[in-house]
Design a binder for this molecule. Structure first.
Ligand code: A2P
Length: 329
């Protein structure tokens, strides 16, 4: 299969290359795509070198599938052009996620919504992906009424510039700033821009995307999303109120049996998920599983995943794998 990676020089794009190689996705030819600035640059994939092309050149090369992670404006402009040329687009930006004509997919949760007609498929927000993978089996069993989530998000979610800012600050160097404030030795309670209701766009994404992926608008969600000086992945404290009561041991089993989830929950031996351990892994890790003793039928969880992997690249590649398996491309 001819595969284009749009944004191949970026953080998520390079992770996509790694994931495609590791999972042995059937790539016969790779087309790395980036901006005019990177044209001609060489990208290595499975021991072979490929030259970076622009989006328009990539369309001419007619890949069957294109994984996009080059920002919202690139997706808005080029995804329809790729789709028009018969190329299936899996888009990691937020450009198409809430478009009612586009599917928003986490394969473990709602892969079955995909059909052969879907030419632009949206990959959800990183914080949302790792949360819904965990919510899914619990919702099926106990029906979720409400979710309260607070996030602790890695700088890798912002891109190359943010990782550079953190490294510069640690080294005591001046440099370009991805954030309005210092991030090293700090916590910034703002991810993406503020909306009129006082929430940030990231918080609103977690709310709306959760409802869309779970296919259930009755689940009420509220979120506070926070940037922390961490590289390995995103962490989330998730409080879930159910319609029905649950048994903690059964909750552990449901989570352990959920595809893509690994339970790390052994407080006696100080075992719980941490971004340092999730870094480079494809799974979502869940621990600190306990009852909320302040309210009936309510659960507390701690959920960690590498946001560049399951939160972005891995999820996009899994969508592509599903399309191949079901012969939808
Ligand atoms: P380039 O390296 O040429 O700027 P990150 O999110 O890690 O900063 O990466 C963004 C990615 O999106 C990069 O690969 C970047 O390429 C790519 N990109 C940005 N603007 C465009 C554009 N107009 N067309 C194609 N790719 C783009």
């Amino acid at each position: 299969m001819k595969v284009a990676i749009v944004g191949a020089t970026g953080l998520v794009g390079s992770e996509m290359l790694k994931v495609l190689a590791e999972r042995n996705f059937p790539v016969t030819e790779l087309i790395p795509v980036a901006s005019e600035r990177s044209k001609g640059k060489e990208i290595e994939f499975k021991g072979k070198k490929y030259k970076v092309v622009t989006p328009n050149e990539a369309i001419e090369l007619k890949p069957q599938v294109a994984l996009f992670s080059a920002g919202g404006s690139t997706s808005t402009e080029y995804a329809p052009k790729f789709a028009e040329a018969g190329i299936t687009v899996i888009d990691n930006s937020s450009a198409w996620r809430m478009d009612p004509t586009k599917k928003l997919v986490v394969p473990e949760v709602n892969a079955e919504v995909l059909t052969v007609g879907d030419k632009i498929i949206a990959n959800p927000n990183c914080s949302t992906i790792q949360m819904v993978v965990v919510l899914k089996p619990l919702h099926e069993k106990y029906k979720i009424k409400r979710v309260v989530v607070s996030t602790y998000q890695s700088v890798t979610g912002t891109g190359v510039k943010a990782v550079q800012q953190l490294n510069d600050e640690r080294a005591g160097k001046e440099g370009e700033k991805a954030y309005p404030y210092q991030i090293d030795l700090n916590v910034i309670p703002q991810i993406d821009v503020f909306q009129e209701n006082g929430y940030t766009k990231e918080e609103m994404k977690m709310i709306k995307e959760t409802n869309k992926i779970m296919g259930d608008d009755s689940i009420r969600v509220t979120a506070t999303t926070v940037r922390i000086p961490v590289i390995g992945g995103h962490s989330e404290a998730v409080n879930i109120a159910f319609e029905q009561d649950f048994d903690l041991q059964e909750v552990r089993e449901l989570l352990a049996n959920q595809s893509g989830v690994i339970v790390v929950d052994d407080p006696t031996n100080l075992k719980y998920p941490m971004p340092k351990d999730a870094h480079g892994k494809d799974e979502v890790f869940v621990g600190r599983i306990r009852r909320d003793e302040s309210q009936d039928k309510t659960l507390n969880l701690w959920v960690v995943a590498d946001n560049l992997r399951k939160g972005a690249a891995t999820n996009a590649v899994q969508i592509a794998e599903y399309l191949v398996k079901k012969q939808l491309i």
